[in-house]
Design a protein around this ligand. Sequence first.
Ligand SMILES: Nc1nc2c(ncn2[C@@H]2O[C@H](COP(=O)(O)OP(=O)(O)OP(=O)(O)O)[C@@H](O)[C@H]2O)c(=O)[nH]1
Ligand SMILES: [Mg+2]
Length: 192
Amino acid sequence: MAIINVAQREIRCKIVYYGPGLCGKTTNLKYIHRMVPESAKNKMISIDTETERTLFFDFLPIDLGTVHGFQTRFHLYTVPGQVLYERTRVAVLTGVDGVVFVADSQPNKMRDNIESLKELARNIQNEGKKFKDFPLVLQYNKRDMPNAVPLEQMNYYLNSQLNARSFEAVASRGVGVFDTLKYISKLVISKL
Ligand SMILES: Nc1nc2c(ncn2[C@@H]2O[C@H](COP(=O)(O)OP(=O)(O)OP(=O)(O)O)[C@@H](O)[C@H]2O)c(=O)[nH]1
Ligand SMILES: [Mg+2]
């Protein structure tokens, strides 16, 4: 839930990167953390395993300029994608204002993408929000993989009912990372 602090002229929103295991959620945040100017960011907090699988979440607060004289501050989170951590994903989603759904473009990951998106819809609805109206953007990641599923098929499997805006990405090289972030942050602000 966005917090609007009139006295301090600050708007604070929560964006969660959601998606199946190893799709590249943490990679998005790491790239943002690397590229955002020092003045606009704080420390990134990652709680992960020795093999860098997210265990609880990653957290990165950033400032994205002003809107009508209000400083906009975004708290970016990732969920752990591994199937058994659904309860943690539910916890991380509490009070969410917008979601980036990161899908893995590899053919053998399509089922995981679909399951994860279904789970997200259920969890957003359990938060008392309508998934259809909820601020959401899709990021089709790992477009550099030689066997990446064609865009039309990604849309067919993941977006034919939602009709959400989607971006292609190679998060490990930063491609599409800021396009995705800019779009979701504008969408969230526009719905306040
Ligand atoms: N080829 C390729 N590899 C990528 C891309 N984005 C991320 N990766 C790699 O995919 C692996 C998993 O990335 P993470 O960002 O840790 O995935 P995650 O979604 O946070 O995974 P969990 O924390 O387990 O849910 C890492 O080895 C990344 O370097 C991409 O666009 N292309
Ligand atoms: Mg992660």
